[in-house]
Design a binder for this molecule. Structure first.
Ligand SMILES: Nc1ncnc2c1ncn2[C@@H]1O[C@H](COP(=O)(O)OP(=O)(O)O)[C@@H](O)[C@H]1O
Ligand SMILES: [Mg+2]
Length: 228
């Protein structure tokens, strides 16, 4: 069953006289429960695509469907609520709140939606991510790898159907990168979520179920190999 679909998605930015075609007609379909890695070089349109998939920004043309719903048919308010309930974001910068401890950072988004915290689920999630023993620590006392695991916990806390991650390992060394990606994969499989992860790291991308490549704002079958 597909959960996410784009239809001829375009995003053009005006830059003085020039137009940057950040996305130039993207059609992708992602199935429920899939872990898809989106790979491409810097400036290829990866972040723009992820922002559109998550409804953080509106396209110039085209549509994004989540569970069959055309998300950009919603007004900004409705879209913000939809996003908070359905989508968890993980970014390269961990964006934790330093004066809050690990438990508080993870449960913060639930409070925003005036929902009750499912303590059993949050405890299980933190144990899955290997950070339960740090639950009372201030987030800025943790290592980079630990902070990103907290950020993943925060993204999963409200039980969203879809996790969108933009270079989540961009600030981590190779050992922590592999560990965090494997944890992310393990978590979404355990909690039956769908994961779209952007990376420019081929080795990290190989952990995904499927790799999609983007170049100059378009999905490409295969990037030019070094042997060509
Ligand atoms: N807000 C913006 N205004 C103007 N140009 C932008 C903006 N965001 C991205 N771009 C341009 O769109 C292209 C794709 O950017 P981006 O999606 O961030 O690529 P990636 O994440 O793959 O590095 C780049 O040429 C970038 O400079
Ligand atoms: Mg980017």
């Amino acid at each position: 069953m597909k959960i996410l679909e784009t239809n001829s998605l375009k995003k053009y930015y005006k830059n003085g006289e020039n137009v940057v075609r950040a996305l130039d007609g993207v059609d992708i379909t992602i199935d429920e429960g899939e872990f898809v890695a989106i790979v491409g070089s810097s400036g290829s349109g990866k972040s723009t695509l992820l922002h559109m998939l998550g409804g953080l920004d509106r396209p110039t043309e085209g549509n994004v469907y989540i569970q069959g719903k055309d998300i950009f048919s919603m007004n900004d308010n409705k879209l913000a609520i939809f996003r908070r309930r359905k989508i968890g974001f993980v970014f390269q910068a961990f964006n934790l709140i330093p004066v809050l401890n690990v438990w508080e950072n993870i449960t913060l988004p639930i409070g925003l939606d005036e929902k009750k915290v499912d303590e059993e689920y949050i405890t299980d999630l933190m144990k899955t991510l290997g950070i339960y023993n740090k639950k009372d620590f201030l987030s800025n006392s943790l290592s980079g790898g630990e902070q990103q695991r907290v950020a993943i916990g925060r993204a999963l806390a409200a039980k969203p159907s879809i996790i969108l991650a933009d270079e989540p390992t961009g600030n981590l060394d190779s050992k922590n990168s592999a560990e965090v990606t494997n944890l992310l994969k393990m978590s979404i499989k355990k909690y039956q979520q769908t994961l779209v992860m952007i990376t420019h790291d081929e080795r990290i991308a190989q952990i995904a179920d499927r790799v999609v490549r983007i170049k100059d704002g378009r999905i490409v079958e295969k990037e030019g190999s070094l042997n060509e």
